[in-house]
Write a protein that binds this ligand. Structure first.
Ligand SMILES: C[S@@+](CC[C@H](N)C(=O)[O-])C[C@H]1O[C@@H](n2cnc3c(N)ncnc32)[C@H](O)[C@@H]1O
Length: 276
């Protein structure tokens, strides 16, 4: 990939999905795209760029975005967030809305940039457990990502057994099914938990992010770190518009709203509340 080609790709990727592509990522980008070029039988990055930006480029764009996104995730990643949700936010929610009003007012949570599903399924475990202890409490989980590849895996909900090490034993017994074939070291999320999560493809760069009902909490963790600051601020502003007043925004451990002009106040590190 020539330097000029890299600049064109870098600008194009940032405009399509927000992900910044500094010079230090050139080798990684080349390696990831090379695989796609081989699949298509295309032998130059220049030709592939023409294809992407040509008349039928939109279909190819989906594949390119699958290739350039970084999807690292885990069950119970940053566990203090789930403790805070369970010990502080949910009791407060019940106090505000009263027990037994769940059908009219379920707790609405959005996992934005959900990758292969570990984050929304962790939420589903925590919220299901809470619902069992608090009859009348209802919830709904929306999980979105730009990558169709990770969304397919999330819906399938099959994981290598060593990927679920972070799930507490009691929850493992309840919510993970071992493969009947002992040679396969894999588990699958039980159907009752799978049905608690609605997966959808959504590009967070799209202007028209709307919600019929505002969310009580948005988890957008380890996603904006890949965006430049102007895009981060614009996106967080859009989250504020679909978050209820006093609703919660969870960011990843190395993401911050510092220096942004947003109607958010910091509660604990990486957890913020929308101003009322
Ligand atoms: C590193 S993963 C984080 C997964 C999970 N939130 C966590 O913290 O474990 C980042 C995810 O953001 C998604 N992503 C990147 N840019 C996006 C965009 N413009 N719109 C939607 N999702 C995006 C990627 O596809 C990837 O799956």
């Amino acid at each position: 990939m020539t330097q000029a080609e890299f600049s064109r790709y870098s600008e194009f990727i940032s405009s399509q999905c927000g992900i910044k592509m500094p010079q230090s990522k050139k080798v990684m980008l080349e390696a990831r795209l090379a695989k796609r070029l081989r699949t298509l039988g295309i032998d130059s990055f220049g030709e592939y760029f023409e294809r992407l930006t040509g008349e039928d480029g939109r279909d190819e764009l989906v594949h390119m975005l699958n290739a350039v996104t970084t999807n690292k995730t885990d069950f119970f990643r940053e566990p203090t967030h789930f403790q805070y949700l369970e010990q502080t936010i949910l009791p407060e929610f019940l106090e505000d809305h009263g027990p037994g009003t769940g059908d009219e007012h379920p707790f609405l949570v959005w996992s934005a940039g959900c990758s292969t599903g570990e984050e929304p399924y962790t939420l589903a475990m925590v919220l299901t457990e809470y619902a069992e202890r608090h009859p009348g409490f209802r919830f709904s989980i929306l999980a979105t990502d730009i990558s169709t590849k990770v969304l397919d895996r999330a819906k399938e909900a099959v994981y290598d057994a060593d990927r679920v090490a972070g799930v507490p034993l009691e929850l493992k017994k309840k919510y993970l099914l071992r493969s009947k074939d002992p040679a396969k070291n894999i588990v699958r999320i039980v159907p009752s938990l799978r049905s608690q999560v609605q997966f959808r493809r959504l590009n967070l760069m799209e202007e028209g992010i709307t919600a019929t009902e505002p969310f009580d909490a948005i988890f957008c963790r380890n996603v904006i770190i890949y965006f430049d600051r102007a895009i981060q601020e614009r996106l967080l502003g859009r989250f504020c518009r679909v978050l209820r007043p006093d609703g919660y925004l969870f960011l990843g451990h190395s993401e911050s709203i510092h220096g942004f002009d947003l109607p958010l106040r910091r509660i604990i590190s990486t957890v913020h509340r929308r101003n009322g």
